[in-house]
Structures are given as structure tokens and as C-alpha cells.
Design a protein around this ligand. Sequence first.
Ligand SMILES: [Zn+2]
Length: 391
Amino acid sequence: MFNTRHRPRLVVIFLTIVTASFFIATASASSGDRHPLYQKCLQNCITTQCAPSSPAKTLSPMLRLFRWTCRDDCSYQCTHQVTSALLQHPDPHERVHHQYHGKWPFWRVWGMQEPASVLFSLGNFWVHWNGWRKVRRRVNDSIAVKWWMMALAVVQMNTWFWSAVFHTRDTPFTEKMDYFSATLTITFTVHYTLLRLFNLFPYPPQRPSTPRARYLLSLTFVVLYVAHISYLLSTPRFDYGWNILFNTSLGAIHLSLWSIFSLRFSVKLPFPLALIPTPYPPLDPLQISPKPRYSKMSAVLVLATTAAMSFELFDFPPFARILDAHSLWHAATIGIARGWYEFMIRDASMLEAARMTYDPTGVGRMADKMASEAKASATLGGSRQFVEHHR
Ligand SMILES: [Zn+2]
């Protein structure tokens, strides 16, 4: 859809809009809780139901399990009462969907605040769990990048676990765990991408041991992550602006690197981009024939991720008080993550095929053959030693 020449400019525009929309969303986040109807309802509810002298309000076991208090429940009830009243208001100017305490009004389910986002977070968790199992079964142990792919899946499972917890119940603790885990995922993903694209792992027979640059790269990313989290924990108010800038910057690096990876199969890149090692050394990507079927997939996936992120820009009131833009962004990443595992497994097969053959006219076919055989043997629950068959 977009011309490659315009892509860097589009990324900058996209990042600017994301950052700006975040500040706008934050500034107008609480119009509902300042509304006189809401204030009156809340005060009345707390005085009649939560005061020590009033008869104790009974919360269901599920609400108590998710630590809802009497005040929280009053706020929830008033949010929906006021929303319903305003949406039926005779004056059309008053028929406005407001946010309350920075959130849209959602119907809760079994005490879960944002059930759609919880469901889609668990969907993402399942995809990464499934991805971890696929990598373990279908990628040969001799491919060093396999262990990083499995670690990446674990990091992402942790992120989606905390996302499900945060959307179940928003507290300062669950919010931090969600944000810090999401940052860990994007940091680890960029680390994986650099490690993969610069081939910073053992690559026998050319390089039997781990290069020193890998340790330096890992140390840099550990320091970067620790410094970022330390800063966020050291400020009296959580610096949302800096956090989103940090994450979107890493996201832009990720987008650029995988786009470069895909471009290498069709164009000769200029200096300094040409300094990035070729995808499958020692082969020249322009000479590989047939082109690997997944050579364009990484660019398609990063663009799909960017497109899905646009749900965050078009923040709209939840449909039927259930589905909002944020939950749709979580729904979109389920399909994208599935695509990433297919790509990473094919990529690992290509790497192994390139290592075994120096013939650029056979490597694409060999990688496809290896990937389909690995899939077949994994489906049958069979051998992980499929590569040995080709030696
Ligand atoms: Zn979320």
C-alpha cells in the first residue's frame, strides 16, 4: 500500500501521532468523574452504603476475590447509571460518552473490569505458548537461534499474563507489571532481531562459538532496560510520556530492521545499510533462487503490527460497553503473533539450509522442503532430528 521510499517518513508521522494522541487522551481522560451527576451519585452511594454506620454492602465472592471495595463498586454502579442516563438525555448535546477515572465504562464479567481485553490477552498467551511448543518441536537443536526464539516466547507469555491481570483489575501494582512486561517484550524483541540479523550466535563451520559482540549486545540491552525501569520507579508520578516514547522508539527500530531484511532479497542496499550482514550467509540474497517464500513475510508482519497499533489512535467509546479500540488491538496481535512463529521457524530452516549448502540455486527449495518435513514430523509427534536426514 505504501511506497517504500516514503516509509521512513510515515514511521515518523505515525510515532508523532501516537505520542500526541497519548497526551490528548490523558488530558481528557476524566471528563466523566467531574460530571455533577456522577459526583452526586457517588457521594450518595458511599454515604448510604459504605459508611461504617450503614448496613454492610454485600459483594459477591468473585468481586471480593478481585479486591473490589464498597467504594469501587459504588464508582462502577454510578459510572453505568450516569452513562445510561446521559445517552438517553433529551438534549442531544448531553448525549456524550464520557471516560471515568481515565477509562471508558465497561460491563464487568465475574469481577473482571475489561473482559474483552482479558479474553484477547489470554488468546495472545495461548498463541505464544503454542509458538513455544512449535519451535521446540520443529526447529533442530543444532540451530543456536532456537533457544532465543523459545526465550522470546516465554518473555511474551509473561507479558500477556500480566496484561490479562491488569485488564482484570487495574491497580498501581498490576498497571506497573503490565507496562514493565510490555517494555521487556519490545526490548527483548529488538535484542533478538539484532542478534538474528547480525548472526551473533555460533554458526558452524564458519564460526563454532558465540562471538563476543553478542555478550556486549546483551549487556547493553540489560543496562537499557534496568535504567528505564529504575527511572520510572524513581519519579513521584509515573512518566507515561517517556514510557511510550521509549517503547515506540524501540518499535520503530524493530520495524526498520525487518523491513531491511525483506528488501535485501529484491534490491541492492546502499551504504551504510549494506553493512548489515546478508540474511543467510554466505549466500547473496539477490542470487537465491527460488526466493524463499517467506522473504517478504517479516516486512508484512511489521507493517501489520503498525496498522494494528492504529487502533490505539482511534480511541472510541466501547461498542455495547464491551469492545473498545484497545481490546481490538489485543485481538489483532493474536493473528500477527501466529504469523511471526511461522516466519521464525521458516527463517531457522533457511539458516540451516544455507549453512549446509553453498549453492544459491538450491537453498530456497531445500529450506522449504526442510520446513514442510519438520512440520509433518512435528504433527506426527516424531523426530526432531530431521536435519540429520539431509546430511
Ligand atoms: Zn492492554
